[in-house]
Structures are given as C-alpha cells and as structure tokens.
Design a protein around this ligand. Structure first.
Ligand code: ADP
Length: 194
C-alpha cells in the first residue's frame, strides 16, 4: 500500500476488490446511467449488497455523466454507497471535466453526510474506455484540489484490481504530489520594508 497526504486528506492506493473494503464508511460505484447492476464494479457491488440496493437505486435513476448519488450499503460491510456515472471515453465530452466532476461530487456528498473515509475504484477505466494513466491524473489532481474544502472526509482509498493498475496509480499519485510540492514554503523575504 502507498499513501500520500494533501493537507488533511490522506490518499491510499491498494490492490483489492471494491466490494470487500470493510473499514471505510462509503464505497463508490462505477455506475451506469440507470443505476442497474451491470458488469465490473457495479456487478460486484450489487452482488454483494443484495436486491435492496437495486430497489433503492431505481428511485434515483437516471443520472447524468459527472453526477453522483448516495444510497445505503444494504448487505455490504459499508453503511453507504456513492454511485458515480463517469464519462464514456470518446462520447461524453469534455471527458476530463466530467471525470473530475464525478470525483468532486462523490467527495462532496460524503462530506455533507459527515463521512470520514471513502473507497473509489478507477472510474471510467473499464468498459467506459478512459485511458488509465490519464484517468489517474484527473482523479488525483481533483482530490488534491478538493482536499482543503473537505471537513469530515480525511481518508480516501483507491482500490485497483490488478498489480499493474496499482503500480501505475502509485506512480501517478507520487508525481501529482511532487508537482505540488515544488515550493512548499513561501520564498524568504529579501530587503527591508517590503
Ligand atoms: P466503468 O464502466 O466506469 O468503466 P468498470 O466497472 O467497467 O467501470 O471498471 C472500472 C475499473 O474498475 C476498471 O479499471 C476495472 O478493472 C476495475 N474493476 C472491476 N471490478 C472491480 C472490483 N470488483 N474492484 C475494484 N476494481 C474493479
């Protein structure tokens, strides 16, 4: 596991299954517009949550790219699920702004509910086709930009399915942090009376 800190926000990257993250308040679903069970992340979460999640979702659908909605966790180990519709790469434009909105809206929803920790999958990088390195940069830049506006959320976990995806995310997370730490302190004042 790798972790980096942006202000009060700790971002962790781990390899694992988004449906098996018992120590976080909310898990994020890479949802479809109709909020129905599907393949990938949505399939895994709905399978683990049971039919109650599908029932609760019906009342909230459809959602638009960039939007996020929150439900209970049902049979998942987490009390909450945040459902995000990321952009389909090559169709929902501009993709980076819509993907950033997904991450921002999910974090804001969690913060409004007073949650402390949220686990994300790599939104849009499966059947929606977003190139993973580009998606990872959007995700981490957005989280770093949003960190100062959060009150209750202090821990975000990125859950990656494969070792290769984990390695890539660790590299991008390190690069995003390094790019923001070039001037950690204001430059010293020089001269008098300035
Ligand atoms: P999208 O439709 O937004 O592209 P997908 O569910 O198809 O969402 O995939 C998003 C990412 O999540 C992909 O990188 C995929 O490999 C990964 N993934 C699929 N299943 C799981 C899971 N159970 N836990 C964590 N990540 C998963």
């Amino acid at each position: 596991m790798t972790a980096r800190t942006f202000g009060r926000l700790r971002i962790e990257c781990v390899r694992g299954d988004i449906a098996n993250q018992p120590d976080v308040d909310a898990v994020v679903n890479a949802a479809n517009a109709a909020l129905r069970p599907g393949s990938g992340v949505a399939g895994a979460l709905h399978r683990a949550a049971g039919p109650g999640l599908d029932e609760e979702c019906r009342a909230l659908a459809p959602i638009a790219p960039g939007e996020a909605v929150i439900t209970g966790g049902h049979d998942l180990p987490n009390p909450w699920v945040i459902h995000c519709l990321g952009p389909v790469y090559g169709r929902d434009r501009p993709e980076p702004a819509l993907l950033a909105a997904s991450y921002r809206n999910a974090l804001q929803l969690a913060d409004e509910r007073g949650l402390e920790s949220v686990a994300f999958p790599a939104l849009s990088t499966g059947v929606f086709g977003y190139p993973m390195a580009q998606a990872a940069e959007v995700a981490f830049q957005t989280m770093a930009d949003t960190a100062d506006a959060l009150h209750s959320v202090t821990r975000v976990r990125f859950v990656l399915f494969s070792e290769a995806d984990l390695t890539l995310h660790e590299r991008v997370l390190g690069a995003v942090q390094a790019s923001r730490c070039l001037y950690p302190e204001p430059p010293p004042r020089s001269g008098r009376g300035v």
